[in-house]
Design a protein around this ligand. Structure first.
Ligand SMILES: CC(C)(COP(=O)(O)OP(=O)(O)OC[C@H]1O[C@@H](n2cnc3c(N)ncnc32)[C@H](O)[C@@H]1OP(=O)(O)O)[C@@H](O)C(=O)NCCC(=O)NCCS
Length: 112
């Protein structure tokens, strides 16, 4: 269902890394505008993963660079993502790619 959602919305923002015919990483997101008061088209990186045995070999970086190039071609001037506190390595990964903390604070309310 999730793959279908992203493929319908922005097919070129669903990427896989291929090694010898095997998928070793993926990244999915989409270009959106008009959300959270952000009127300009903004790229969002939302789901990603690299094979744990192959991490640290720039697979994630290459996926992200391809994603950013796609968003730029589509007119985005910024790319956003949300990082859950306490998830190891994700903030470090995005920081290494040049991302910095943004002025958006997520709020949540439990539905009972
Ligand atoms: C985050 C993730 C995508 C990184 O993939 P990767 O292929 O290992 O990353 P890369 O080798 O391309 O690293 C790119 C940069 O990020 C840095 N980086 C990556 N993981 C890091 C970590 N755990 N700690 C510190 N820095 C890290 C690298 O040092 C590198 O920096 P450099 O290019 O300046 O040398 C991968 O670790 C992963 O899949 N994690 C789990 C993802 C997850 O939880 N998904 C579910 C929520 S969406």
């Amino acid at each position: 269902m999730r793959l279908g959602y992203y493929m319908r919305r922005d097919p070129e923002a669903s990427l896989v890394a291929d090694s010898g015919g095997r998928v070793v990483g993926f990244m999915m997101g989409e270009l959106r505008s008009g959300e959270f008061g952000l009127e300009e088209p903004t790229g969002w990186i939302e789901v990603m993963g690299v094979d744990p045995d192959l991490r640290g070999q720039a697979i994630g970086r290459r996926l992200a660079e391809e994603m950013l190039a796609h968003f730029k071609r589509r007119g985005a001037r910024s790319v956003r993502t949300l990082v859950e506190e306490g998830t190891p390595g994700i903030a470090e990964f995005f920081t290494a790619l040049g991302f910095e903390p943004a002025g958006l604070t997520p709020f949540v309310k439990k539905l009972e």
